[in-house]
Write a protein that binds this ligand. Structure first.
Ligand code: 5GP
Ligand code: MN
Length: 337
């Protein structure tokens, strides 16, 4: 990753960074860290996302640099950029309406991502590391090795500023489920330690991201927990969130973040599914343990993701019909494990 990106950075001036629809901590953290890094090198850099930044991640964007995509406003800068970084997704479709503008731009398109199902087509440079628990961790390694000198002997604070460290820590913390998920090994903990040395404050970052619930969100969680259903010898747990639930609790689709962990906390459960009725269709969010390949289950519904965390969006679907279908298909993946 180092050599190619270093020469792109040295040779070009205009950079655009983007990430997937409904960005998470890894998208926003990675974007902000790379933005600060490039700006610090004097590069003209923009972050343009399809979705607005969820409110619990705005603390990472201290200077309010993230822009939400507006066709008229951004199409020229996308067309004329030198380099476009696509972070934390390997599918153009997850950039929604930004995708055609990026695909038709003359800019070099650079992918940095850690999801399964990567296809190099459509990218000029691609860096995919499915062993990495977060895109932010891939960027950390890149920043640390950037100048080519022996970075082991340099204090990390000289390479990664405090706001960069915070952004990378947030990226890694969120994508590892606060350092719990399977790919979280010694190296990730060592990186976290280096980020703390560079100024990241774990308690503050955790609190900014996860202790921001509203009473409406807890009421929504109450409805969700009440509807949990077990199937397939109690190996599958699923629950549904309906449009009317959002209205009754004055919440929106962002409020379901973290709900899946309640399904997975059940002792017998190997696969958990959060089924959310949205205005445009139904969102499926899958979590699994061990060998249950929930990315393949998501693929059956035109989605994707990781082996143990995946998702799909089915436009215009009927929530009850889709639920029956997903529960039925789940059986196959539970049997395979
Ligand atoms: P979540 O359940 O948190 O929304 O998503 C978990 C993971 O599933 C994400 O990190 C992403 O990899 C993947 N994912 C979620 N929604 C979609 C989708 O609509 N399409 C694809 N391809 N992947 C998704
Ligand atoms: Mn990620």
């Amino acid at each position: 990753m180092n050599k190619d990106i270093v020469s792109l950075i040295n040779n070009y001036q205009e950079f655009i960074l983007t990430s997937h629809v409904n960005p998470d901590g890894d998208s926003i953290g990675s974007e902000i860290a790379l933005y600060l890094f490039l700006s610090n090198l004097g590069k003209r850099t923009k972050i343009i996302n399809y979705s607005p930044t969820p409110s619990n991640y705005t603390f990472l964007d201290k200077d309010n640099v993230i822009e939400q995509f507006v066709e008229e406003k951004h199409k020229d800068s996308i067309a004329n950029a030198d380099v476009i970084f696509i972070l934390d997704t390997n599918e153009y479709s997850r950039l929604r309406t930004l995708a055609p503008y990026i695909q038709s731009s003359n800019a070099k398109k650079v992918l940095i991502d850690h999801h399964l199902g990567f296809d190099a087509n459509g990218f000029d440079y691609s860096f995919s590391d499915t062993n990495s628990p977060a895109t932010g961790e891939m960027l950390f390694r890149f920043f640390k090795n950037f100048d080519g000198s022996n970075s082991d002997t340099q204090p990390i604070g000289n390479i990664i500023s405090k706001p960069m460290a915070e952004a990378l820590y947030a990226a890694i913390m969120t994508d590892t489920g606060s350092f719990r998920f399977e790919r979280t090994g010694a190296e990730t903990h060592n990186i976290a330690a280096e980020l703390i040395s560079a100024g990241a404050e774990p308690d503050k970052i955790y609190s900014e991201i996860y202790n921001k619930a509203t009473i409406g969100k807890l009421h929504l969680l109450g409805k969700f927990l009440n509807r949990i259903t077990l199937e397939h010898d109690n190996k599958l747990a699923y629950s549904i969130v309906l449009q009317k639930d959002f209205q009754e609790t004055s919440t929106d689709e962002y409020a379901i973040e973290g709900f899946s962990s309640h399904l997975m906390s059940l002792d017998s459960v190997k696969l958990g599914i959060v089924i959310t009725q949205t205005l445009r269709g139904v969102k499926l969010s899958f979590r699994s343990n061990g060998e249950v390949m929930c990315n393949n289950l998501a693929k059956e519904f035109e989605g994707g993701g990781h082996q143990n965390a995946s998702g799909a969006f089915v436009p215009g679907a009927d929530v009850n019909e889709l639920t029956v279908k997903v529960v039925e298909r789940s059986k196959f993946y539970l049997k395979q494990s």
